[in-house]
Design a protein around this ligand. Structure first.
Ligand SMILES: Cc1cc2nc3c(=O)[nH]c(=O)nc-3n(C[C@H](O)[C@H](O)[C@H](O)COP(=O)(O)OP(=O)(O)OC[C@H]3O[C@@H](n4cnc5c(N)ncnc54)[C@H](O)[C@@H]3O)c2cc1C
Length: 377
C-alpha cells in the first residue's frame, strides 16, 4: 500500500500518525525488497543509498516530515526518525551516510533562498544527488571559528581559495555546504551552497583506519560562486554552523541507535560463549542513549530549541557505540583482530565516534562550562 493511502481529508493533517506510518511502512518494505547486495565497498554503499532514497521518495515515504515548499508532504519530523529507524534496522543503507540528509536539508531550508531550496532539495531527498559538508580545515576542527578558507566578493560573484579536510563523501557529491572566511571573527564566516563541478576544485579522497576512503581533502583554487548561492547573508556562517548541530544530534542519532541495536542482535546471534555481565552493560549503554534521544525527539517535536544539552547525547552515543564494539571484540574472539570481517570494519569505525560531530573532549568541556557552570579549566 502506498503512503498516499494514509492521508486523511483535511489539508492541514494530510499525513499519518506515527503508528499508522510505521505499520504501513513496514508492510511496504516487506513487499519491496531493497536489500543491499553482497558488495560492501563504499562505491556500492553510496549506490545502494541512492537506490533506497529513490525508491522511498517515489513511494512518498521519503517526503513525509519535509515541507511542501521543498518537495515534501509535510507532517512532523518524527516521521523521518521512524523511516530512518526502519531503514537502519533492516540494514538497507549505511546509517551514517543515510543520515547526512538530516543535517544538510534542514540547513538549506533555513538558509537558502526559497527558490534555491525548492529546486535543490528534491534532488537530495530523491537520491539523485549526494551532498557534503565543508566545514573542517587542516588547522580548524574543534576550533572551527578559526577557519581560513577565503571568499572575496567580485561583483555579483565570490571567489574562494583555501582547503577543507575530512569532508565526508566529497568525491561522490554534486554540491557542498561550505563555510568560508569573509572578514575577521565569528561574524566574518560566510556560508555558500557550491556546485562541486565548478572549475578550481580538487578532491583527494583520504583512507580511514579501516581502509575505506569515506572522506576527502578538498582544495579550492579561485573557485567562482554566484552571489545567489549565499546561504543567509554574508557573516551568517557561524549561526548556520550552530543551528546545524542540533540536527546532527537528534534524528541522526535516532537512526544510529536503531542501527546499533540491530548490531547488538547480530552479536547475540553469532556469539557462542555469552558473558551476561558484559552484554548487560553494553545493552544498558544503548538503552540509556535511546531514552535520552527519545527525550530529545520529544523536545524537538514540541518546538523547543535544542542547545548545549545535546552534548550529553553525543557523549552517551559515542560511549555506547564504542562499548558495543568492545563487547564484540571480547565475545567474538579473534574476529576483530584476525579477520577481515564486517565486525572488524565496524569496530575500527566506532573509534571515530568520539571525533566526528565534535570530539568527546570538546563535548565534556561544553557540559562542564555551559550546563554545569564549572568555569574555564
Ligand atoms: C569519520 C569522520 C567524518 C567527518 N566528516 C566531516 C565532514 O563531513 N565535514 C567536516 O567539515 N568535518 C568532518 N569531520 C571532521 C570533524 O568534525 C573533526 O575531526 C572534529 O571536529 C575534530 O577536529 P580535528 O580533527 O581538527 O581535531 P582537533 O580539533 O585538532 O583536536 C585534536 C585533539 O585535541 C582535543 N582538543 C582540541 N581542542 C581542545 C580543547 N579546547 N580542550 C580539550 N581538548 C581539545 C580534541 O578533543 C582532539 O582529541 C569528520 C571527522 C571524522 C572522524
Amino acid at each position: 500500500m502506498s503512503a498516499a493511502h494514509l492521508e486523511v481529508g483535511d489539508p492541514d493533517t494530510r499525513y499519518p500518525d506515527v503508528a499508522s506510518f510505521r505499520s504501513e511502512l513496514r508492510t511496504w518494505l516487506a513487499d519491496h525488497d531493497l536489500s543491499p547486495g553482497p558488495d560492501h565497498s563504499l562505491d556500492a554503499q553510496v549506490a545502494q543509498l541512492a537506490r533506497v532514497r529513490r525508491a522511498l521518495y517515489d513511494a512518498d515515504w521519503m517526503r513525509y516530515g519535509w515541507p511542501a515548499e521543498v518537495g515534501g508532504l509535510g507532517g512532523p519530523a518524527v516521521l523521518r526518525a521512524v523511516l530512518g529507524e526502519e531503514v537502519a534496522t533492516r540494514g538497507l543503507a549505511e546509517p551514517g551516510i543515510y543520515s547526512m540528509i538530516e543535517v544538510l536539508a534542514p540547513t538549506m531550508i533555513s538558509y537558502a533562498r526559497p527558490a534555491l531550496a525548492a529546486e535543490m532539495l528534491p534532488l537530495l531527498l530523491s537520491g539523485r544527488e549526494q551532498w557534503c559538508q565543508g566545514f573542517s580545515e587542516p588547522g580548524s576542527g574543534s576550533d572551527l571559528a578559526s577557519l581560513t578558507t577565503r571568499a572575496v566578493r567580485q561583483g555579483d560573484t565570490w571567489v574562494v581559495t583555501g582547503q577543507k579536510v575530512w569532508t565526508s563523501l566529497a568525491q561522490y557529491s554534486a554540491r557542498c555546504v561550505l563555510l568560508t572566511r569573509t572578514a575577521p571573527g565569528h561574524a566574518g564566516i560566510t556560508a555558500f551552497f557550491l556546485d562541486m563541478d565548478t572549475p578550481g576544485i580538487t578532491v583527494r579522497p583520504l583512507p580511514m583506519m579501516h581502509g575505506v576512503e569515506e572522506f576527502a581533502e578538498v582544495f579550492f583554487d579561485e573557485v567562482v560562486i554566484p552571489g545567489d548561492r549565499l546561504l543567509g547573508q554574508p557573516g551568517d556562517g557561524w549561526k548556520l554552523a550552530m543551528d546545524l548541530l542540533p540536527h546532527e544530534r537528534s534524528t541522526c542519532f535516532w537512526h544510529r541507535i536503531a542501527y546499533l541495536f540491530s548490531r547488538f542482535d547480530g552479536l547475540l546471534e553469532e556469539m557462542t560463549e555469552p558473558d551476561d555481565a558484559e552484554l548487560g552493560a553494553a545493552y544498558l549503554a544503548l538503552h540509556t542513549i535511546r531514552c535520552r534521544s527519545h527525550a530529545t525527539q520529544e523536545r524537538l517535536a514540541a518546538g523547543i530549541p535544542l542547545g548545549p544539552e545535546t552534548s550529553i547525547d553525543k557523549v552517551l552515543l559515542a560511549t555506547a557505540e564504542q562499548q558495543l564494539f568492545d563487547t564484540v571484540r571480547d565475545l567474538l574472539p579473534g574476529e576483530i583482530e584476525l579477520t577481515d570481517s564486517h565486525w572488524r570494519s565496524e569496530f575500527l569505525y566506532s573509534r571515530a565516534a568520539t571525533i566526528y560531530g565534535g570530539t568527546a573532549e570538546i563535548q565534556r568541556n561544553i557540559i562542564a562550562r555551559r550546563l554545569l557552570d564549572l568555569g574555564r579549566e
